[in-house]
Design a protein around this ligand. Structure first.
Ligand SMILES: NC(=O)c1ccc[n+]([C@@H]2O[C@H](COP(=O)([O-])OP(=O)(O)OC[C@H]3O[C@@H](n4cnc5c(N)ncnc54)[C@H](OP(=O)(O)O)[C@@H]3O)[C@@H](O)[C@H]2O)c1
Length: 230
């Protein structure tokens, strides 16, 4: 995909990874809409682009925001889903409320956005979704967080198969731990000590190059301590 002039909505653009992806795409000439929970935090991203607000707990609004972005941009070439929340602690400590929050924000909200984006792509387009390494490596102390990301990743794999003939690319990005402060903003529990597998800059370059090159997966090989994918 030619990124110069590409029409892109970044959902979760106020987050560390979302903001960095938005800035990089902007630098490569993409036309952006920034979407997130808080208009002031979106303005602080420093990219001159229209802003739309949504809360991922409101699934109808998630779909509507994609439609509104496509209207503003006169169509849509790329949806980037970069929002999410973490939770830590033994599985039996995460009650229904925390589990529902994780599954809504991390799994159902991205699904609602991808479903809304597909008809807007008008043939070819790319849905880029940040799931997590947890989809490949279910991790003790993060059971519900793991389930939310594994469910999302499996859904993306099925949608990729469905959409192949239509020309829609589904790009599942499964990063290792990266120091963004996400773990400190967990909705439950304290994060164990974790070693970063990559930097924000490394990941963003791979994501943005991956959109350009039509990649379908970016995963992290724990033995090689390196990104892999195709
Ligand atoms: N950092 C890592 O180690 C890592 C590893 C693997 C995968 N990931 C995934 O990468 C994504 C981005 O994470 P990050 O590291 O950039 O963390 P971050 O800086 O904390 O960003 C999280 C983003 O999610 C948004 N968000 C949270 N709850 C929301 C809600 N209810 N409605 C709308 N937006 C909501 C936040 O919005 P506000 O600005 O309004 O709070 C923020 O934009 C997440 O899906 C995360 O699971 C991260």
């Amino acid at each position: 995909m030619d990124l110069d002039g590409a029409r892109v909505v970044v959902a979760g653009a106020s987050g560390v990874l979302g903001a960095a992806i938005a800035r990089s795409l902007h630098g490569r000439g993409a036309r952006l809409v920034l979407a997130g929970r808080d208009a002031d935090r979106l303005a602080a991203v420093g990219v001159d682009a229209p802003v739309l607000t949504f809360d991922a707990l409101d699934l109808e609004r998630c779909a509507a925001v994609v439609d509104e972005a496509a209207e503003l941009l006169g169509g849509l070439d790329v949806l980037v889903v970069a929002f999410g929340v973490a939770a830590f602690g033994p599985a039996e400590q995460a009650g229904d409320v925390i589990t529902e929050h994780l599954l809504t924000v991390n799994t159902m909200a991205p699904m609602a956005m991808v479903r809304a984006a597909v008809p807007r792509f008008d043939g070819d387009g790319t849905a880029v979704v940040l799931s997590a390494i947890l989809a490949d490596h279910p991790t003790a102390g993060m059971a519900a967080y793991t389930a939310s990301k594994a469910g999302l990743s499996a859904w993306l794999t099925a949608v990729r198969q469905e959409q192949r003939r239509q020309g829609v690319t589904v790009f599942d990005v499964r990063p290792p731990h990266i120091e963004t402060g996400l773990a400190d903003r967990a909705i439950e529990g304290e994060a164990p000590s974790m070693t970063a597998g990559a930097t924000v800059e490394e990941l963003v370059e791979l994501v943005v190059d991956g959109i350009r090159d039509g990649r379908r997966e970016l995963r992290y090989d724990l033995k090689e301590r390196a990104f892999a994918g195709h």
